[in-house]
Design a protein around this ligand. Structure first.
Ligand code: ACO
Length: 323
């Protein structure tokens, strides 16, 4: 059977770093409060004029280089983002042009922090249907542009960045020894639309708006939904936590990562953590963490990796893959 293999990884973080100490000069907060409640120590922030597409392009170029594949071989580009350059067209079309692709097609996916998992599942299904062979899947965000920098309850939590994975069609036997994406599981529940949102938008307010979040409620739902989708993924593949080499979670908050890992008996040393350095980069956080752990040699070819995310909507999902 056709399997979507993860053959290239790339990431990009803007140069400018804002530490918690600097945040404490802008709003009434402290390094101790931020570290204790979230595990975040710093975040990267895009330079003036540096757009989501610029970050995405850097990450995608690195993923192509990693795989030794040229842009002309790509059939499709997906950018998962909640912070597109423009309301339209899709940021992905700018990335397609920037990469020098002359064919194929490109579009954005909007599932906020779950965007990368949604994009990966979408790409996997296009590949398995035989419609495309090489897909660049990118998560890229400039959340700094939609933060109210006077609101201490949200501005300390987010950062900018991009991560990319090149998926390529391969073949497998159809069991869990195959290389590539083994399963994906997506969910959403629009009942909770209001709990985590940007208060604005072209249709509702004709403005871009700022991030608004009911933190405690989001926390509670995040742990419950992530635990449930991880259990679903393990059951669908007939495996247990001990079969997973690495969990690569969305990096929202160290306490969400810890609670979820504890509930499922994943040892903390098998969970990739970047939230301390990157903060929450929304759709970029999973591919950024993946590229980090592949780049430093922790994740190796043959490893079984579990990706998971939860975000506004609410949306949530997981994907199991053998690298
Ligand atoms: N610095 C200092 N004090 C603060 C700050 C801050 N940056 N922010 C809030 N406080 C204060 C509050 O005003 C409150 O003060 P009060 O008791 O005098 O009213 C106190 O700290 C406690 O506030 P809570 O909101 O109850 O704090 P909590 O322990 O819930 O932590 C947090 C807040 C970190 C946002 C937490 O709720 C959380 O992590 N929620 C998950 C949300 C999340 O990670 N969202 C990311 C997007 S969604 C996703 O990616 C899954």
């Amino acid at each position: 059977m056709i399997r979507s293999q993860l053959v290239g990884f790339g990431s990009y973080l803007p140069e400018r770093v804002i530490t918690n100490a600097e945040m404490a000069k802008m709003v009434d907060t402290s390094d101790e409060w931020i570290v204790e409640r979230t595990g975040i120590r710093q975040r990267h922030v895009a330079a003036e004029g540096q757009l989501t597409s610029d970050l995405a392009l850097e990450a995608a170029r690195k993923a192509l280089k990693f795989a030794g594949v040229s842009a002309s071989e790509l059939d499709m580009v997906i950018v998962a983002t909640a912070t597109p350059d423009n309301t339209f067209p899709a940021t992905a079309t700018k990335v397609q042009y920037g990469l020098g692709m002359t064919g194929g097609f490109a579009f954005d996916i909007q599932a906020v922090c779950s965007g990368f998992v949604y994009a990966l599942a979408t790409a996997d299904n296009f590949i398995k249907a035989g419609q495309v062979r090489n897909v660049m899947v990118i998560g890229a965000e400039t959340f700094s542009r939609i933060l109210d920098w006077n609101d201490r309850t949200t501005c300390v939590l987010f950062g900018d960045g991009a991560g990319a994975v090149l998926l390529s069609a391969g073949t497998g036997k159809g069991d869990i020894t195959d290389r590539g994406i083994l399963s994906s599981h997506l969910h959403s529940d629009g009942k909770h639309y209001e709990l985590l949102q940007v208060k604005g938008g072209p249709s509702r307010g004709q403005t871009v708006g700022h991030v608004y979040m009911e933190g405690r409620e989001v926390f509670r739902h995040a742990v419950a939904n992530l635990t449930s989708v991880l259990e679903e993924t393990l059951a669908a593949n007939g495996i247990g936590p001990a079969d997973i080499d690495w969990v690569v979670p969305h990096q929202a908050n160290k306490r969400i990562l810890d609670s979820t890992a504890r509930k499922l008996n994943f040892p903390p040393e098998r969970v990739v953590v970047t939230v301390d350095r990157h903060a929450n980069t929304s759709a970029a956080s999973v591919p950024l963490a993946l590229a980090d752990a592949v780049g430093d040699g922790r994740i190796k070819q043959g490893d079984m990796v579990l990706l998971e995310a939860m975000g506004g909507g609410f949306t949530w999902g997981a994907a199991l893959a053998r690298i």
